[in-house]
Design a protein around this ligand. Structure first.
Ligand code: FES
Length: 172
């Protein structure tokens, strides 16, 4: 019996499970679905995923703790990840990260006091031609400037689920 995941998410996990010959192959999409619903991978969410896939919870938890995109502790409702790899470094990512952290009053790796935004550094986001790049929840934003960071944060203030004030990366 599921503890925290909705029937809709359990059905999504079941569909993922059916796509592969081995349940292990469905762990990543299942964890993504669980994290999207709960906000992080709580012990109860991991139990639900394990049960839905018919796997030991230790196996599911080991995947959750291996990948940096999964959180096993509560984090900000919005997650902003700033790429600091070479192309972004050469194109001013430090200024972007500094501006973001100063504006929100956090350091990289921290969540704002109101639980709204987690700021992290990220490895290459596969959009080097748009450097500097950040990821706001699932939306990638390229050619970032401090002004675009401000617009992004205003968008987060206005609409909890809207993280794209200027459309897809490269539109602005
Ligand atoms: S180095 Fe930043 S997106 Fe590739």
């Amino acid at each position: 019996m599921a503890r925290v995941l909705s029937q809709a998410v359990l059905a999504e996990i079941e569909r993922a499970r059916a796509r592969y010959p081995r349940p292990q192959s469905a762990v990543l999409p299942a964890l993504h679905a669980a994290q999207e619903e709960v906000g992080y991978l709580s012990p109860e969410a991991l139990d639900d995923v394990a049960e839905a896939l018919g796997l030991p919870v230790t196996e599911v938890a080991s995947v959750a703790t291996f990948y940096s995109m999964f959180f096993t502790e509560p984090v900000g409702r919005h997650k902003i990840r700033v790429c600091t790899n070479l192309s972004c470094y050469l194109n001013g990512c430090e200024e972007i990260l500094d501006h973001l952290c100063r504006t929100l009053g956090v350091r990289p790796g921290e969540t704002t006091a109101d639980g709204r935004v987690l700021v992290e550094v990220a490895e290459c986001l596969a959009a080097c031609e748009e450097a500097p790049v950040l990821l706001a929840d699932e939306d990638r934003h390229g050619h970032m400037t401090p002004a675009k960071v401000d617009a992004l944060l205003r968008a987060l203030d206005r609409e909890p689920s809207a993280t794209s004030p200027t459309g897809p990366a490269g539109d602005a």
